[in-house]
Write a protein that binds this ligand. Structure first.
Ligand SMILES: Cc1cc2nc3c(=O)[nH]c(=O)nc-3n(C[C@H](O)[C@H](O)[C@H](O)COP(=O)(O)OP(=O)(O)OC[C@H]3O[C@@H](n4cnc5c(N)ncnc54)[C@H](O)[C@@H]3O)c2cc1C
Length: 470
């Protein structure tokens, strides 16, 4: 242990004295969506798997999410009459990320998503359905799939049950601190730290890093994501960046360390995620003065910086009863309502008074949007309102702030989770997936297409666990 009780995260050679307490075939570090999907895929190939999780109960950022996974060409889409395929999906991902992603990785993810959703539904009984009543920014088709509660907690719990039913071992309250490698660079095992300070060592033939990114590591966030370093971190605090630190020590290539997903619609001070549907369906954002400040249709990730740049680092999302009805399918939104975060008023003037913004300014916003509609749809910010119905009284408003949700850069992998070396080729018996690897969200915050997080966690997690090769 280092000073102040912080464990040393490192890579050591086995000739420094590694002796395993026990051995297994594959160790998977992290029991979020990525790790558990990887475990299911490995188990199907008769691999002896051990999932190691630092928390007492698997949760990760996955449990904090809405649990929505985009997939193109699923039977759920066909039943809803939606014509979609991997090529259209890949083009949407690349358009949002300004072609900053590796096209081969994007193609793998887009191709693998529909079979992955149907596999989890058919083999493990996860009752996915399509979100078919609103559009997500940047997706040219309705392709978000979620579980009944539309919450990531349900996703984690159902994956854990599937692992338990399959007899997969998940060992909790063990933080992996050290990877041990042999002279050829193969990982021979890991050291795990227990909460009581004791350590255990497990030997393995294969290692999968499914321990997400570095959003919970303030020092790394300040170094790589200075724009958002002072914002609230809304992801799992256990995501401390070990995958990137180990990878660097092993000679892995790091790609897009400055990429992240933010969110500009977190109820404040309640700290509850408000679905972007409230904006996408025709709502808008104003700052403390009651004035709009940007083209909200760009997306919720870049909304974090837009909102944080306003006075007090906050804004109000304005919508109506119809939209609240759509948003109510999300457990988080219902929670926000129950906690009184969503305010209601019969007129725009009354709404301005309730939330404490300038009456005239807010009334003008409604008028300007109505004018934009009459003139064909586009407003002064370039947002097109023609595709959504006008807001109707009674109106709703929620005070929001911007937050960092999760990092999107990291170890550079191929579509099978193989980790690339800085000097060419791949690390021998190591795979990385989900937030532990570089995703497909470009180089900054504006390249995140909704669902890129769980897309990479589940599709790449499945490929890594199956130890696919080209
Ligand atoms: C509020 C919120 C909403 C979101 N909504 C969506 C959404 O609807 N759709 C979407 O696609 N994405 C969404 N995301 C992003 C999504 O949650 C992540 O991309 C995804 O959960 C990553 O999965 P993962 O398995 O890689 O990481 P995690 O779920 O974070 O799991 C990693 C696990 O590794 C464990 N761990 C870390 N280090 C160690 C270690 N050294 N030893 C042992 N265990 C370790 C952690 O405790 C954790 O349990 C959202 C994120 C947030 C924060």
């Amino acid at each position: 242990m280092a000073a102040h009780g912080t464990p040393v995260i490192d890579v050591r050679r086995v000739d420094d004295g590694f002796a395993a307490d026990f051995d297994t075939g594959m160790v998977i570090i992290g029991a979020g969506a990525c790790g558990m999907v990887a475990a299911l895929a490995a188990h199907e190939r008769d691999e002896a798997v051990l999932v190691v999780e630092r928390d007492a109960t698997p949760s990760g950022s996955t449990a904090l999410s809405a649990g929505l996974i985009p997939a193109a060409g699923t039977r759920f889409q066909r039943e809803a009459g939606i014509d979609d395929d991997a090529g259209i999906f890949a083009a949407d991902i690349q358009r949002k990320a300004h072609d900053e992603n590796d096209p081969a990785l994007v193609a793998s993810l887009a191709r693998g998503a529909a079979p992955m959703i149907e596999w989890l539904a058919d083999r493990y009984g996860l009752p996915f359905s399509l979100v078919d009543d609103f559009d997500y920014p940047g997706h040219s088709r309705r392709r978000m799939h979620g579980l009944p509660s539309r919450s990531g907690r349900e996703l984690v719990d159902r994956l854990r049950t599937a692992c338990e039913n399959a007899g997969i071992d998940i060992i909790t309250e063990r933080r992996v601190t050290t990877l041990h490698t042999d002279a050829s660079g193969r990982v021979a095992g890991v050291t795990m730290l227990r909460p009581d300070g004791g350590i255990e060592r497990v030997g393995c033939e294969k290692l999968v890093l499914a321990c997400n990114g570095f959003g919970g590591n303030a020092q790394m966030v300040r170094e790589y994501l200075p724009d958002i370093a002072d914002a609230l971190y809304f992801g799992h605090t256990g995501n401390q960046g070990e995958a990137m630190l180990w990878g660097e020590a092993l000679g892995a290539r790091i790609r897009h360390p400055g990429a992240y997903q933010g969110h500009g619609n977190v109820a404040h001070p309640h700290g509850i995620l408000i679905t972007w549907a409230v904006i996408g369906e025709g709502g808008f954002q104003v700052d403390r003065t009651g004035r709009r400040f940007w083209n909200e249709s760009q997306g919720y990730s870049e909304a974090a910086r837009a909102v944080l740049a306003r006075p007090g680092g906050e804004a109000f999302s304005i919508f109506d009863e119809r939209i609240a009805g759509i948003a109510s399918q999300f457990a988080d939104f219902r929670d926000a309502q129950a906690q009184g975060a969503i305010r209601e008023a019969a007129t725009s003037e009354e709404l301005a008074d309730i939330i404490g913004v300038e009456r005239e300014a807010l009334v003008d916003c409604f008028a300007e949007i109505a004018q934009a509609r009459e003139a064909g749809g586009r407003d002064a910010f370039g947002r097109d309102f023609a595709q959504t119905p006008p807001l109707m009284p009674p109106y709703r408003a929620v005070r929001v702030t911007g937050a960092l949700f999760h990092t999107q850069g990291g170890l550079e992998t191929d579509g099978h989770g193989r980790v690339m070396r800085r000097d060419g080729g791949f690390l021998p018996n190591l795979r990385a997936a989900g937030g532990a690897a570089c995703g497909v969200s470009g180089a900054g915050d504006a390249g995140y297409l909704s669902g890129n997080g769980l897309l990479a966690a589940t599709v790449l997690g499945r490929a890594a666990g199956a130890w696919e090769t080209p």
